[in-house]
Design a protein around this ligand. Structure first.
Ligand SMILES: NC(=O)c1ccc[n+]([C@@H]2O[C@H](COP(=O)([O-])OP(=O)(O)OC[C@H]3O[C@@H](n4cnc5c(N)ncnc54)[C@H](OP(=O)(O)O)[C@@H]3O)[C@@H](O)[C@H]2O)c1
Length: 271
């Protein structure tokens, strides 16, 4: 990212909770000077107070970027304070789930460059993935600037249309929670087979983290990696016969889970 350009015009962060803090930490580590950042948050954390950013201070006249990281239900209260930056040169980036580009345009004006983004919580350890989509006023350089900022906390991908955002929410936005539950249930299943609680949890965490890292690093597809570790009539095959059952296994279960999250995302964006 061109940190110098962002540093010169200033960046406003609205809402500095889990997601806002993860991003801010990434930017500061990436070399963005704290003096170029203005944060608005009613209850700043001790960490935030120690960063040296402008905190709940008077905002710059025309910041380069405003990044919105408040909960969707706070949007109605929080956004009008930024209305004066609408229809101008300030790029708005929102990571709020379920708040559509149309909603932002209604409040900020249709001439505002807006990028809607869906990150996920591994952003807290720099391993997030964020999907982005811009409105008609977001120029290619705006999308690049948004990517530059969001890449401070992981990978980015571009969507073709905003309609894909609901399914992205169902896969990567909410997905970390599915994997946390996989860890919990894998550990509990190990306990059921007689392992001590802590050992089962350590095995489950390391297995999920290690398999995830291998799946990302390997040239083989996850399907091939699975085949590679499945010897005929072996232990893995015995388990996979349960997990891959078309009716009761992962295929049907995850399809239903992702569909439920996608449907809920659609409902939320309808308000
Ligand atoms: N966490 C995720 O996995 C995830 C994934 C994708 C997208 N998102 C999106 O990211 C956004 C933030 O989520 P989060 O998990 O970071 O939530 P969070 O931890 O609750 O952070 C929101 C922050 O905004 C502050 N705030 C509330 N009202 C405000 C106002 N009027 N002006 C300025 N700041 C205000 C809150 O302060 P108080 O706590 O004092 O109210 C809090 O510090 C949400 O819109 C969510 O949809 C989150």
């Amino acid at each position: 990212m061109d940190m110098q350009e962002i540093a010169a015009r200033g960046l406003v962060l609205l809402g500095c909770g889990k997601m806002g803090s993860a991003m801010l930490a990434g930017w500061l580590e990436g070399g963005l000077p704290a003096a170029s950042v203005w944060v608005i948050d009613p209850h700043p954390s001790d960490w935030l107070k120690g960063t040296g950013v402008h905190l709940n201070a008077e905002l710059p006249k025309a910041p380069g970027i405003v990044l919105i990281a408040v909960k969707p239900q706070m949007m109605g209260e929080a956004l009008p304070t930024l209305q004066s930056y609408g229809n101008g040169q300030t790029l708005f980036i929102s990571v709020a789930a379920g708040t559509s580009i149309a909603t932002f345009q209604d409040i900020l004006g249709a001439g505002t460059p807006i990028v809607r983004a869906m990150p996920n919580t591994p952003a807290a350890v720099g391993r997030g993935i964020t999907a982005i989509i811009g409105n008609a006023h977001a120029a290619p350089k705006d999308l690049k600037r948004a990517e530059g900022l969001l890449q401070a906390v992981g990978q980015t991908v571009r969507l073709e249309n905003e309609g894909q955002m609901d399914a992205v929410t169902g896969v990567s936005g909410s997905g970390p929670a599915y994997v946390f539950h996989l860890i919990e249930t894998l550990a509990a299943a190990g306990e059921a087979q007689g392992l001590p609680t802590e050992l089962a949890m350590q095995l489950a965490k390391a297995t999920v983290a290690g398999a995830g890292a291998l799946a990302e690093a390997a040239e083989d597809s996850p399907g091939q990696l699975r085949v590679n570790v499945t010897s005929p009539n072996g232990t893995t095959q015995a388990a996979l016969e349960v997990l891959m059952d078309e009716q009761d296994g992962f295929p049907a279960l995850l399809k239903r889970a992702v569909a439920a999250a996608t449907d809920r995302s659609k409902e939320l964006s309808r308000g």
